[in-house]
Design a protein around this ligand. Structure first.
Ligand code: HXC
Ligand code: NAP
Length: 292
């Protein structure tokens, strides 16, 4: 991640312990590093301990912060419970959970097995459920307040999308979980929010969603009204704010950060951007010429 200053002040997350699932790579890693720079202690967790350990060492070196790498398959609730125990043993508390771990790949749906659906729904939806339940129960039992759950969803959680249907189903569930618990658990001092990112290049996503020549054939930047993909620091600033106490009155919100991508796909006449500007004079004459 670039070392530009964060939108939040130094020490904005001092005293916070934050767990980032899928924190060894991609956007999870970028968020974890941003939280560290703001003074948080961080646990990164995923299945591959070697990746987590290497990332933790690099991040500690870069920031001088403390990172706990814990292997945990979020599909398995016993492993999630053990991960939480390790975090409490190491740091004595936990304040924020970022449900970022995901699995996804492109495929025509008729080529998928039930197992393929189960795998993606298991990681994305049940993984988020397992972590949220474990952390939520812990906070509620302890009577601790000012706790935060931040879920990483996608814009196709509400539009749906062909060719990534298990992911779309699972992310829609994550969105429903976000809004439901925002209401139910607010009384316990737990805020639940979500981020819906547009295209932010990562190895994990790009290799599975735009393999081989597809990356040139389907330039993601062209789908975005702002004409570019996202920068990780734009997302990490938003995540840092939502996981901090400065966003204390935001609850149940899903913040889209996609340069306008999904709205471009949704607006019925947005395709008219393909019309050359010089054509608009004659089009206007035709339209104004319609009488009666
Ligand atoms: C059809 C497939 C398949 C494919 C796997 N399967 N890949 N089916 N086409 N390309 C099927 C398998 O055949 C198997 O079913 C079942 O899915 C489980 O596959 P496994 O390989 O055994 O699963 P596992 O080892 O657990 O790996 C999970 C994974 C893998 C999701 C398949 O890709 C992974 O580990 N991903 C983690 C990281 C990731 O996906 N990152 C991208 C997040 S991007 P059968 O019936 O054969 O046993 C993202 C972006 C959203 O979410 C929006 C972007 C704009
Ligand atoms: P990524 O680098 O592939 O991240 C996915 C992470 O999830 C990996 O670190 C992976 O680590 C972990 N993971 C997968 N299965 C797991 C399991 N069963 N248990 C625990 N951890 C598991 O991809 P990314 O692009 O950064 O994606 C991060 C998040 O952003 C995801 O929620 C994704 O849906 C969302 N998102 C990304 C984009 C984008 O453009 N990049 C757009 C919209 C939404 P292990 O393999 O070590 O387990």
């Amino acid at each position: 991640m670039e070392k530009k200053a964060s939108m939040l002040h130094d020490g904005a997350l001092e005293g916070q312990v934050i767990v980032v699932t899928g924190g060894g790579t991609g956007l999870g890693r970028s968020m974890a590093e941003a939280f560290l720079r703001l003074g948080a202690k961080v646990c990164i967790t995923s299945r591959k301990l070697d990746v987590l350990k290497a990332t933790a060492a690099e991040m500690e070196k870069a920031t001088g912060g403390t990172v706990l790498p814990v292997a945990c398959d979020v599909r398995n609730w016993q492993e999630v419970d053990r991960m939480l125990e390790e975090v409490i043993a190491a740091f004595g508390q936990v304040d924020g959970l970022v449900n970022n771990a995901a699995g996804n790949f492109i495929s025509p749906t008729e080529r998928l097995s039930t197992k393929a659906f189960e795998t993606i729904i298991g990681i994305v939806l049940m993984g988020t459920v397992n972590c949220t339940l474990a952390f939520g129960k812990h906070w509620i039992a302890k009577g601790e307040k000012d706790k935060k759950v931040l879920n990483i969803t996608t814009t196709y959680a509400w539009t749906g999308s062909g060719y990534v249907v298990p992911s779309a189903c699972a992310k829609a569930g994550v969105l429903a979980l976000t809004r439901s618990l925002a209401v139910e658990w607010a009384k316990y001092g737990i805020r639940t929010n979500a981020i819906a990112p547009g295209p932010f290049p990562t190895k994990g996503a790009w290799q599975r969603l735009l393999p081989g020549e597809l990356v040139e054939k389907f330039d993601m930047a062209k789908r975005v009204p702002l004409g570019r993909v996202g920068e990780h620091r734009e997302l990490t600033d938003l995540a840092s704010y939502l996981i901090s106490s400065y966003s204390g009155y935001i609850n149940g919100e899903v913040v889209t950060i996609d340069g306008g991508e999904w709205l471009k796909g949704a607006g019925q006449f947005n395709m008219l951007e393909m019309i050359e500007p010089k054509m608009w004079d004659s089009i206007e004459r035709m339209v104004r010429g319609v009488r009666g």
